[in-house]
Design a protein around this ligand. Structure first.
Ligand code: EPU
Length: 417
């Protein structure tokens, strides 16, 4: 097990550079399987979710090489063979491999994907997309065997704007015959990144970033180069760190528009933020005002930032109310924050955070990726020493978190026990 030890209370000053977005990269890498030629993806973050995908692609016969942040993938010799359960469940994004293989080879055998345990996370909308395009899905326990004689473009209405189902339907439709229209599509920037990548290969996708996406199938996808967009959740996490303990903490390589909902919440609390073209500078705020937050799909407030934000809500005066609308089990961080001195009550889909409260160091558990980030932030603010156990979850999604925080003045160490 890996754990993080933090001596709290040290101000953060200097510059943190944001890495490529996890949730884009984990879709771009599987999407490369659709190409008949070599593709290059730059700004790939060095996180364990990418290592897991690398393992799946290599297992399938792809040649993958990495040089710094550049990943080169040659999938011309890939065969669509059964992907064992141990590999399928390593990460949520393994179902992007399922869709890319189905889109290209019209046959795939795989198991239910993994990912953080934050709620049920069904894949019914993805399967609905497959079926609409003519695939036959056989489910045996956790195993899916999916075949299509032919994939034919269709209209797919998603019951909710799911990021995964939107990307999966795009991946299956790019080489299908005719036109596919996805209605009620998710609008997250990561989807635009994936569509741009596929268009660079020769796909015909329009409307990504809006709720209606049109895809006209093509028979060949070729070589291309693309870059992963900066990670808006990593950006937001370090912005919250700046609001907690920053002294002119500069966060660079940021697309400001992607973190607009957070910038506005921080301003509502009374935190001043200096915005530059691709950076923000942020300092600890005093007498912070309470705010209410509701998670929503993009451009609403992201569910992935609600747990990190909860740490900051403990420092606001009065009662802040945070409502989680996407996942039913994304408050596992709350009991640990309370152990550290917070005053938070869980009330169904909402939490009531009364502040300000002094946070004290404690030994706590990272139950999932963003819960872990929330507790690392609490440790940076708390008096004394905090130990966050099970930080493998955190390392799945935050590149070089120890180095990045150390450079700006945190006293933080990674330990293997
Ligand atoms: N949903 C269904 N059926 C489906 C798909 C989704 O009911 O077929 C429901 C889910 O249960 C959830 C909601 O729709 O309540 C949204 O789920 P979505 O499909 O959008 O989430 P996802 O694609 O599984 C991605 C990110 C998550 C992030 C969400 C929401 C990746 C690999 N994961 O998940 O990231 O929380 O979108 O923005 O892109 C994280 O990074 O910590 C993380 C969990």
């Amino acid at each position: 097990m890996k754990r993080i030890r933090i001596e709290g209370g040290h101000p953060l000053t200097g510059t943190i550079r944001i890495s490529g977005a996890k949730n884009s990269a984990v879709a771009l890498v599987p999407a490369s399987l659709l190409s008949d030629e070599v593709v290059k993806i730059d700004n790939i973050p060095n996180i364990s979710d990418i290592d897991a995908l690398n393992e799946i692609l290599t297992y399938l016969g792809a040649k993958v090489s990495r040089e710094g942040t550049l990943m080169t993938i040659d999938s011309s010799n890939v065969v669509s063979k059964e992907i064992p359960e141990e590999i399928s469940k390593k990460l949520r994004a393994s179902y992007y491999v399922m869709s890319a293989l189905l889109g290209k080879y019209k046959h795939v055998e795989m198991y239910f994907p993994g990912g953080c345990s934050i709620g049920a996370r069904p894949i019914d909308q993805t399967l609905k997309g497959y079926r609409a395009l003519g695939a036959v899905v056989k489910e045996e326990g956790n195993k899916y065997t999916i075949d299509a004689e032919e994939l034919i473009g269709a209209e797919v209405y998603l019951d909710m704007p799911s990021v995964g189902a939107t990307v999966n339907t795009i991946l299956v439709a790019v080489k299908a015959k005719g036109e596919t229209v996805i209605e009620n599509a998710a609008k997250e920037p990561e989807i635009v990144n994936v569509a741009t990548f596929l268009n660079n290969m020769g796909a015909k996708i329009t409307g990504a970033g809006t709720s209606t996406i049109h895809i006209t199938g093509v028979s060949h996808l070729g070589k291309c180069y693309t870059e992963v967009i900066p990670d808006r959740i990593e950006t937001g996490t370090y912005m919250i760190a700046g609001a907690l303990v920053g002294e002119n903490l500069r966060i660079e390589n940021v697309i400001l528009e992607h973190v607009d909902s957070l910038i506005n919440k921080l301003k509502e609390m009374g935190i001043s933020i200096k915005e530059e073209e691709d950076a923000v500078i942020i300092s600890r705020g005093e007498n912070l005002k309470k705010v209410n937050v509701k998670t929503l799909g993009y451009p609403g407030f992201p569910t992935d930032l609600q747990q990190p934000l909860t740490t900051l809500l403990t420092q606001c005066e009065g009662e802040s109310v945070l409502e989680e609308t996407l996942y039913e089990n994304r408050f596992k961080n709350v009991p640990y924050l309370n152990e550290m001195g917070a005053n938070i009550e869980i009330d169904g889909k909402k939490i009531h955070v009364k502040g300000p409260t002094l946070l004290q160091g404690a030994e706590v558990e990272a139950t999932d990726l963003r819960a872990g980030a929330c507790l690392v932030l609490a440790g940076l603010k708390a008096e004394g020493e905090t130990i966050v156990n099970n930080v493998e979850h955190v390392l799945r999604g935050y590149e070089n978190i120890i180095e990045k925080l150390t450079t700006v003045g945190a006293k933080i160490e990674l330990e293997e026990i």
